[in-house]
Design a protein around this ligand. Structure first.
Ligand SMILES: CC(C)(COP(=O)(O)OP(=O)(O)OC[C@H]1O[C@@H](n2cnc3c(N)ncnc32)[C@H](O)[C@@H]1OP(=O)(O)O)[C@@H](O)C(=O)NCCC(=O)NCCS
Length: 196
């Protein structure tokens, strides 16, 4: 349907991730599972084709209700990661951003490029006041993405959630509309599509 280029040097694109991608999404989750399971339970929502469809259908339903959205990152035609709004609260003026990548999609700056698109959509196109980011204090790569986006660490919820047999402290990062400066503006189709 439409694709947003994520890099000047790599054939990488951000596209809507929809229920019809279920098979591709399952294969990607299988490649990403070990990487994700260190910090989040997202991959384990998708263990077979039915659960892959259900995960993507849930996001499709919530996108229709304007309460969540999910986008995939394709590198050279392969789904290697993604970015999402697990929560999009238009009336309250805030959204949460979440991300993931399989090893082949990591270390290339693609997730950060996708995050910039979501921030631009939320704070500029939709006029939200705040985007936030939640991650384990143990998750250095996730923290680095929040920092690259110019977010501020607001606090730490101590011993907040159990994962992988231990309790994790959770960092809360956020960016306010007046703080957002996209250092790498690009022609975003997310924006032009939403404007139609
Ligand atoms: C968190 C996660 C998505 C981060 O992925 P990532 O690829 O490191 O994120 P970015 O897109 O910001 O890429 C940054 C890396 O690309 C490199 N890079 C290359 N070109 C770049 C560019 N143009 N811009 C920015 N970074 C670039 C950076 O140097 C950095 O690599 P390094 O850490 O080895 O130095 C990934 O580690 C992951 O899936 N983790 C498991 C799931 C998870 O924790 N999700 C988040 C839960 S809160």
């Amino acid at each position: 349907m439409f694709a947003v280029p994520l890099s000047d040097t790599l054939p990488a694109e951000l596209r809507p991730l929809e229920p019809w991608h279920a098979e591709e999404f399952l294969a990607h989750m299988d490649r990403a599972r070990e990487n994700l399971n260190r910090f989040i339970g997202f991959a384990d929502l998708t263990t077979d084709l039915d659960s892959a469809r259900a995960t993507l259908q849930r996001y499709a339903d919530r996108a229709a209700a304007d309460t969540a959205r999910i986008y995939g990152i394709w590198l050279d035609g392969t789904l290697v990661g993604g970015v999402m709004f697990p929560h999009f609260e238009a009336k309250q003026g805030w959204a949460e951003i979440g991300v993931w990548a399989e090893p082949a999609g990591e270390g290339l700056g693609l997730v950060s490029a996708g995050v910039r698109e979501l921030i631009e959509y939320a704070l500029v196109e939709r006029g939200l006041q705040r985007v936030e980011w939640l991650s384990s204090t143990r998750n250095a790569r996730s923290r680095a993405v929040a920092q690259r986006a110019g977010m501020t660490l607001e606090g730490v919820k101590r011993s907040y959630y159990p994962h992988g047999g231990i309790r994790h402290d959770k960092e809360i990062w956020a960016l306010l509309a007046e703080e957002w400066q996209d250092s790498e503006p690009r022609a975003t189709l997310l924006r032009s599509r939403a404007a139609r």
